[in-house]
Ligand binder design. Structure first.
Ligand code: ASP
Length: 435
C-alpha cells in the first residue's frame, strides 16, 4: 500500500544543524573507537571527510569574488546619485569602527573583572613570531588595484570592492550603454544567487564533513587547562552578540532583535563550521537580502566590506587574550597600555583577513605594542580553533546588524521580508531585494 507523504520537508536550518551534530558525534566516536586504525585515518578522516570538507569550502570561496563584484556593481550602478554612496559608506565605516571599539572595551573589562589568567600555571610550548604591522599609507595604497583581474585572481576583496565601486559609478553615469550593462549585471546577480541557493542545498553534508574531520583531531584536553580563558571569552562574545547588537538593532533601527537572531541561524552556522567570514560571505549576503530584507544596493556594499574589515569577535578575542596573557605572565598594564590595546586591536581586526586563524596571528601585533611576550600566543593556540568558530559567527552577525541599521536609515529595508517567517522567505527569494 502506498502512503502519501504529508510530512513537511525539513528546513535548511534544521538540516544544517543535524549535519553539524552528526559530524561532531561522528568525530568523537571515531576518535574514541578507532584511534589507532590506519584504515580509518587514511580513508575516512583524511580521505572522505577531508575531501568532502575541502570541496565544500572551495565551492563557497569560489562564489566570493564573482558575488562581491557582480552584486556590488549592481548595487552601485542602481544608486541615483553619488552622495548616497558617500553617506552610506560613512555610516557603515563609522558603525563598524564603533562596534569594534565597543567589543574590545567590553573584552578588556571582562578580562579585568574575571581575571582568567591569574594563577594560571602555564608554560609556553613554542615561540611565536609577530607579524609586521603594515603602515597605514601602505594599507590605503594597497586598496587600489593596479590590475583588477589579478586582484580577482588573488581574491583580494578590498581591491575588488574598490574596482566594483568605480565600475558601478561609471555604469550609472554612462547613459544608455550604462543601462544595458546594468541590466546584464542584474541578471548575472540573479544567476549567482541561484548558485548560492544550490550550494546551500548540499551544505548539511559539507558541514558534516567539516565537523567530523575537526572533532576527530580537536585537542579538547587543552580546553580544561584554559577553562577560565575559554569561559570569559565565550561569555564576552555572547554578551556582545546578544546585548550590544540587540540594543543597537532596537535603539537605532527599531527592529526586533529576536527576529534578527532567528533569521541569522544559517549564516551563523556556516560561519561556525567554516571559521571564515569570507567563505560565509555568500550565505551572509543571501541572509541579508532574502531573510532580513536589506536592499541589494546596501547589502552588496556593507556585507563584503564587513567580511573584510569588521571583526568584532576577533577584537574581543584579542582583548581577552591580552588581559589573560598579561595576568599569566604577571605583567601590569597601565591605563595608557589599555588605550593602546583598544586602538591596535581595532586596527588589527580591520587588517585581519576573514579566514581561519588569522586573528591569532594579528594578536601578536597587539602584544608587541604593549610589550607583552609573544609566547603568549602559543599559550592559547591549542584552544583557538574552537574559539575561532565562535568569534567568526560573531564577526558576521556584526556585519549583518550594521547592514540592517544602515539599510533602515537609507530606506532600503523591507520590513515585510524581515517579519515574514523563514519558510515564506525561502519561497519568495530574490523578490523585493532587487526592486
Ligand atoms: N576566522 C575569523 C574570520 O574569518 C578571523 C579570525 O579571527 O581569525 O572572521
Amino acid at each position: 500500500m502506498f502512503m502519501m507523504n504529508t510530512k513537511k520537508p525539513m528546513s535548511l536550518t534544521t538540516r544544517v544543524i543535524l549535519g553539524m551534530i552528526a559530524g561532531i558525534l561522528t568525530g568523537f566516536a571515531i576518535r574514541t573507537l578507532f584511534a589507532d586504525s590506519s584504515f580509518v585515518d587514511t580513508y575516512i578522516i583524511n580521505g572522505l571527510f577531508e575531501v568532502g570538507g575541502k570541496i565544500f569550502i572551495a565551492s563557497l570561496k569560489m562564489l566570493v569574488v564573482p558575488l562581491v563584484f557582480v552584486s556590488l556593481v549592481c548595487g552601485t550602478s542602481s544608486l541615483k546619485d553619488l552622495s548616497t554612496l558617500g553617506r552610506m559608506g560613512g555610516k557603515t565605516l563609522g558603525l563598524y569602527i564603533l562596534t569594534t571599539a565597543v567589543a574590545i572595551t567590553l573584552a578588556l573589562i571582562m578580562g579585568n573583572v574575571f581575571h582568567p589568567g591569574s594563577g594560571a600555571d602555564l608554560t609556553a610550548a613554542t615561540s611565536f613570531k609577530s607579524a609586521e604591522a603594515p603602515s597605514l599609507a601602505k594599507v590605503i595604497i594597497d586598496m587600489f588595484p593596479t590590475n583588477p583581474i589579478s586582484a580577482m585572481a588573488e581574491g583580494n576583496t578590498l581591491q575588488v570592492i574598490v574596482f566594483a565601486l568605480l565600475f558601478g559609478i561609471a555604469i550609472s553615469s554612462a547613459g544608455k550603454p550604462g543601462e544595458r550593462i546594468a541590466d546584464f549585471f542584474v541578471d548575472l546577480n540573479e544567476v549567482l544567487m541561484k548558485l548560492v541557493t544550490l550550494l546551500m542545498k548540499v551544505a548539511p553534508y559539507g558541514v558534516f564533513f567539516l565537523m567530523a574531520k575537526l572533532f576527530t583531531g580537536l585537542g579538547l584536553s587543552a580546553i580544561w587547562n584554559l577553562a577560565a580563558y575559554f569561559a570569559v571569552l565565550v561569555g564576552t562574545l555572547l554578551i556582545h552578540a546578544f546585548v550590544t547588537y540587540g540594543l543597537m538593532l532596537k535603539g537605532l533601527a527599531g527592529l526586533n532583535p529576536f527576529t534578527f537572531f532567528r533569521k541569522m541561524e544559517d549564516a551563523v552556522m556556516f560561519a561556525f563550521s567554516t571559521a571564515s567570514s569570507n567563505a560565509t560571505l555568500p550565505v551572509t549576503m543571501e541572509t541579508a537580502t532574502q531573510r532580513l530584507g536589506v536592499h541589494n544596493k546596501v547589502a552588496s556594499f556593507t556585507i563584503p566590506l564587513g567580511a573584510t574589515v569588521n571583526m568584532d569577535g576577533t577584537a574581543i578575542m584579542q582583548g581577552v587574550a591580552t588581559a589573560f596573557i598579561a595576568q599569566a605572565f604577571n605583567i601590569d598594564l597601565s591605563m595608557s597600555d589599555y588605550l593602546m590595546v583598544i586602538v591596535t586591536a581595532t586596527l588589527a581586526s580591520i587588517g585581519t583577513a576573514g579566514v581561519p586563524g588569522v586573528g591569532l596571528i594579528m594578536l601578536a601585533m597587539v602584544l608587541n605594542q604593549v610589550g607583552l611576550p609573544l609566547e603568549g600566543v602559543a599559550l592559547i593556540m591549542g584552544v583557538d580553533r574552537l574559539l575561532d568558530m565562535i568569534r567568526t559567527a560573531v564577526n558576521i552577525t556584526g556585519d549583518s546588524c550594521v547592514t540592517c541599521i544602515v539599510a533602515k536609515s537609507e530606506n532600503a529595508f523591507s520590513e515585510e521580508i524581515f517579519n515574514a517567517d523563514i519558510e515564506l522567505n525561502e519561497k519568495q527569494k530574490v523578490a523585493i531585494s532587487n526592486d
